[in-house]
Write a protein that binds this ligand. Structure first.
Ligand SMILES: Cc1cc2nc3c(=O)[nH]c(=O)nc-3n(C[C@H](O)[C@H](O)[C@H](O)COP(=O)(O)OP(=O)(O)OC[C@H]3O[C@@H](n4cnc5c(N)ncnc54)[C@H](O)[C@@H]3O)c2cc1C
Length: 376
């Protein structure tokens, strides 16, 4: 049996596209390699645009326990400064978000196959794509949405990441005083070789998510415990937050090789690349989920308008380029040792800079989300 659309990957972008297509009467199969949603490396910050798109899909993050994030705090060396966010924002674990998205896709009539991984994607005929699954069976469709996130499919890979970024995520139960000080804030901490964010998520716990270049991680003998101790030395604010904290996972979740700054140049007919397969914005912006939702929405609109996929991909690239360039420029600043040394002295002007940067590294907002939909 052949569906109109096959979606590979059931994370944010794949689910969002599948829901939108099914609601418009298209027959859709979505293949997700994990049998059930699990923790993913992500800061779990939901920007205003992400909240709008989720609201549009019928996902009400408040009812899932999302925590409202009202301001952002930057900590470098011994100083910290904060600024209110210029848009509504929230945080929610990826496990909760991905569970809700998959459930919504099933409700919308998407045929969801979980626990099956696509091993290869090629042409069965000039106008039919064929996906080969890990059990050797195949699925065919004239149109495929590629939404495998950070995982590349053979033959459709993104370029290597020259900086060899490594990312970690760990949940902590903070000491009561630290949890109270973190309430409502997303904190960005700078250290040698990278940066990290800590923010509250549902269930009264905090998510620490950090990125570091491999050559700096090597200085900690590639060990999480050593690395965590080193970044607390570099950033005493983080040491203060983690004093008396209880780690909640046996070990951190980690990923490697994140091609920050990547925007896909082109694609083939009938193959729409969305989410991290379309573009990978530096993590400090907290905008990856928003971009995943945005690219899914644009790809669905393009498909429904019978626009060729290569044209969609080229237009998407032009639209995302200014935001990506600015985010890359800001990320270079955060990763630059001179900038890190100077930043503490500039923190008095930082709130203004932070507000402007936060605004400029967003994609345009379409509609307003009711305040009660953001967080309970
Ligand atoms: C360190 C770090 C911190 C971040 N913090 C934030 C943040 O705070 N806020 C934010 O908005 N963004 C953040 N991001 C970015 C955000 O996580 C991603 O941009 C977003 O998840 C991309 O969505 P996606 O749908 O493309 O991929 P995903 O949500 O990762 O989904 C891809 C899905 O495809 C499945 N899959 C993979 N390969 C196959 C296969 N072969 N067959 C079948 N299924 C497959 C996977 O199991 C997965 O479920 C962060 C990223 C990093 C690295």
């Amino acid at each position: 049996m052949q569906d109109e659309v096959l979606i590979v990957g059931g994370g944010v972008a794949g689910c969002a596209a599948s829901i939108a297509l099914a609601r418009r009467g298209r027959s859709v199969t979505l293949i997700e390699r994990e049998p059930t949603p699990r923790h993913k490396v992500c800061g779990e910050f939901l920007s205003g645009e992400a909240l709008e798109d989720l609201h549009e899909l019928g996902i009400h993050v408040a009812s899932l326990g999302a925590v409202s994030i009202d301001y952002v705090r930057l900590a470098a060396a011994r100083r910290a400064a904060e600024a209110p966010l210029p848009f509504p924002a929230a945080s929610l674990t990826r496990k909760a978000l991905d569970t809700a998205l998959i459930a919504k896709a099933i409700d919308a009539g998407v045929r969801v196959e979980r626990g099956r991984s696509v091993q290869a994607l090629g042409r069965a005929a000039s106008d039919v794509w064929q996906a080969t699954l890990d059990d050797g069976t195949t699925r065919e469709a004239p149109t495929v949405f590629l939404a495998t996130g950070k995982h590349d499919l053979r033959g459709h890979a993104r370029p290597q990441d020259p900086q060899r970024w490594v990312a970690f995520k760990m949940y902590f139960r903070l000491a009561p005083k630290q949890a109270a000080e973190l309430a409502g804030a997303s904190e960005l901490m700078l250290y040698r070789g990278g940066y990290g964010g800590i923010q509250p998520v549902e269930g009264g716990i905090a998510n620490l998510c950090c990125v570091v270049q491999q050559r700096y991680l090597a200085r900690s003998a590639n060990r999480w415990g050593n690395f965590l101790a080193r970044i607390q030395q570099d950033c005493p604010h983080l040491a203060m937050r983690l004093a008396g904290a209880e780690p909640l996972l046996a070990k951190p979740i980690a990923i490697t090789h994140i091609p920050y700054g990547y925007i896909r140049r082109t694609t083939e007919n009938g193959l729409y690349c969305i989410g991290d397969q379309a573009a990978v914005i530096p993590s400090f912006t907290g905008d990856g989920i928003s971009i995943a939702l945005h690219t899914a929405r644009c790809a669905v609109a393009s498909y429904l308008a019978a626009e060729p996929a290569p044209l969609f991909q080229a237009k998407l690239r032009s639209a995302l380029q200014p935001q990506m360039r600015l985010a890359e420029f800001a990320a270079d600043g955060l990763n630059n040792s001179l900038a890190r040394a100077v930043l503490p002295f500039c923190l008095r002007v930082w709130p203004g800079v932070m507000r402007v940067t936060a605004k400029l590294t967003r994609i345009a907002q379409q509609t307003a989300v009711p305040a009660e939909a953001v967080a309970g």
